[in-house]
Every structure is written in C-alpha cells, then in structure tokens.
Write a protein that binds this ligand. Structure first.
Ligand code: GLA
Length: 366
C-alpha cells in the first residue's frame, strides 16, 4: 500500500472513530540502511534510503478536551488516552506524546488532540517504524498548529524525542533519512555536520528488503550498551568521536581491551565502507557496492556482534541465490536484511528466500 492509500485509510478510520473528518493527515516513510551501521552516534557516515511505500500515516484534529490526547491505532486496534503534560510510561503512545510536547512549548497552549494512526511497516524489523511515527506526528502537529519547521529541524526534534523522552540513545540517521530523504533514493549523510547528498541508483539492479521475522526491541537490547562501549573507547583513546579514527589508527585500536577494540574496529571499518559505497554508486559500480555490503555485514557480525543466526543465514542464502551482496539492516539483533540483486532476478531471488525461510517476508523491491 503506498503512502497516499495509507493516508486515505487513516482518514476513513478517523471518520469512523470520531464521526467527523480529520483536520490534517500526514505520511512518513520508513527507511532501509544500505551501509554504515551504528556509525551515526559516532559522528560517521551513513547511506540510508527512505522507502517508497512502507510507512506511517496519521489523521488528526484538535477536537479533544483541552490537555488530553486520544490516539487510536488501526494497526494495533488499540486506543491510548494521555494527558498532554504527562511524562513517558514505556507505552507506544510515548512517541506521540513526546512529539506533541516538543512542538507546543507552553503546556498551557497545548490543545487537546484526537488522532488515528496506521502503519504498513513491520515493527522491530530495523526499518525505522519509530522514526516514521515521530516524523508523521510532527508533520501533522506542525501543520495543525501552523508552526514552520524545515525537514532537518523536524528530524532533529524527532531524534530529541527519542533520546530525551522515550529514552533510546539513537543517532540522527533514521529521523534524517525519513524527514529529509527522497523515497527510493539513497542519501549519503555526514552525521557530524549533517551535510548530505542524494546518491544515484544502480541501473539494472534493485535492492531486496526481506524481513527475517526475528524482531528486536532496541530499548531492551544491547543498543545502549554499544553506545556506552563507543563512549568508553573514545575516552580511552582521547578522541571525541570514533569516526575521527581510520585504518591508520589500527595500532591504537589494538591497545583497547576487548570488546572496545572490536567496537572501534567496526566503526572505523563501516565508516570507510560507507564512503567507498557512495563512490561506487557515483561510479555506477554495482559489483563493488555489493561486495561492500557483504563486508559491512561481516564487521557487524564479528566486531559489533549485532547480527543473529537467522539474519546471518538469510544473508548467506541471498548471496548463494545470486545477490551481489547482502547485509542485515538497521539497529540489529534481527529484523530485515537488504540484498543487491540484478533487477531481472529480483522476484525470483526474493521468492527463493521466502520459500527457504518460513518466517521470512519479502517487504520491498526498490
Ligand atoms: C537504529 C538507530 C539509528 C542507528 C541504527 C544503527 O536504527 O535509531 O540511529 O544507530 O540503529 O545504524
């Protein structure tokens, strides 16, 4: 279902739920990351691509009693009722509440809101369902309140909600690619300066996104541990960000105790692969790009230790089935893989993987 169709769905859902048409609707896509994993909170490079048809849609109006928010999720079939001023409570509606509080600075000026949500993104698949939710909510609330925020400001506001309200110490990659990126086009982003450029696609090739069916919950997982390990490695080496290091610093990295040495090695390796990947896209070199993807999976597995047997097996199977390269995408510990394949073989390779892995699902060919 494309973004427009999902927006229609929440519009109808709103009418059915509240008996009136919504004042605004919005959509924000998910993203698949092609290269550069866990480099974003280390000031490094990333290469994500906003997805064309998978995302989150919201319908909203300001009709609820003041200071109350009523949210109906069509996807979960659940309603959440929250006070505009309350703090987080480890509930999915925290993402909504945090965004609303960010936009309306003065609690007294916060109007009551009613909203209906729906998502076509699988949750916990590493495709940024939470960033899509945040950006969709921020787009709707800013439009409803007549507040101007450009796409990059909106991305930073969404990241702040995730860091400070939800309590997930993520970097800027997801929110930035979802808010600023063009669906279907890879975005090369320097996460330290936020300089970015659209990357060209690879003619006659496609990216397959396959969910392993093994889902993660990043707030409960080792994500925060990895962030802390990188910080400890920086302190030990006397640098601000691990992305300041490169392969020439290997001797220094080797002096770190395990597992900090492996974590730093991953960041340096994937940061370089991402820069090389952007160059390969610019040169139209699919074979090199595929190889870099597989190398990126290897460092995620051996050095960062964020892959799981299911995604390792899917990546290997994709390569055997004719992919030029493949890797687990997103925060880790399961979720989706992305594989670069010849466009003419995309459906066949996708079908083969799904047949081989009963829990797997082909989500996108882009
Ligand atoms: C999650 C986070 C991102 C990024 C990725 C790993 O998606 O939200 O900021 O760190 O994991 O690359």
């Amino acid at each position: 279902m494309n973004g427009g169709a999902l927006e229609k769905q929440v519009e109808f859902g709103f009418q059915a739920q509240f008996g009136t048409a919504p004042a605004v609707t919005s959509f924000a896509p998910g993203r698949v990351n092609l290269l550069g994993e866990h480099t974003d909170y280390n000031g490094g490079y990333v290469l994500p691509m906003a997805l064309q048809n998978l995302g989150v849609a919201v319908a909203m109006d300001a009709g609820a009693p003041p200071a109350k928010i009523e949210i109906f999720s069509m996807t979960l079939g659940e309603t959440a009722k929250r006070k505009v001023t309350e703090g987080p409570s480890e509930h999915w509606s925290d993402y909504v509440l945090g965004c609303v509080q960010t936009v309306a600075a003065e609690p007294s000026s916060r109007k009551g809101l009613r909203m209906v949500l729906a998502t076509s993104l699988p949750l916990g698949a590493g495709l940024s369902s939470s960033a899509a939710l945040e950006v969709a909510i921020l787009r709707a609330v800013t439009s409803l309140f007549g507040i101007h925020m450009d796409a990059s400001q909106l991305a930073r506001a969404a990241q702040a909600v995730e860091n400070d309200f939800v309590g997930m110490p993520c970097g800027i990659m997801d929110q930035f690619s979802v808010s600023v990126g063009t669906p279907g086009k890879a975005l090369f982003l320097n996460t330290r300066t936020l300089e970015h450029a659209a990357a060209p696609g690879l003619a006659e090739h496609a990216f397959l996104v396959v969910d392993s069916g093994v889902s993660h919950q990043l707030t409960d997982s080792g994500y925060a541990t990895r962030v802390a390990e990188c910080k400890a490695a920086c302190e030990a080496l006397g640098v601000k960000d691990l992305s300041e290091l490169d392969h020439g610093d290997e001797d220094r990295i080797n002096t770190l105790p395990a597992p900090l040495n492996k974590r730093a090695r991953h960041v340096v390796t994937d940061n370089k692969l991402t820069q090389d990947g952007f160059a390969a896209l610019q040169a139209g070199d699919a074979a090199t790009f595929g190889r870099l993807m597989s190398e990126s999976h290897a460092t995620a597995r051996c050095n960062y230790e964020i892959t799981v047997p299911e995604t390792d097996a899917l990546v290997a199977a994709a390569e055997r089935a004719g992919a030029l390269g493949a890797r687990q995408t997103g925060g880790g510990w399961g979720g989706a893989i992305v594989a670069l394949v010849p466009a003419t073989a995309a459906e066949k390779i996708g079908a083969k993987l799904v047949a081989q892995f009963p829990k797997a699902k082909l989500l996108a060919v882009t």
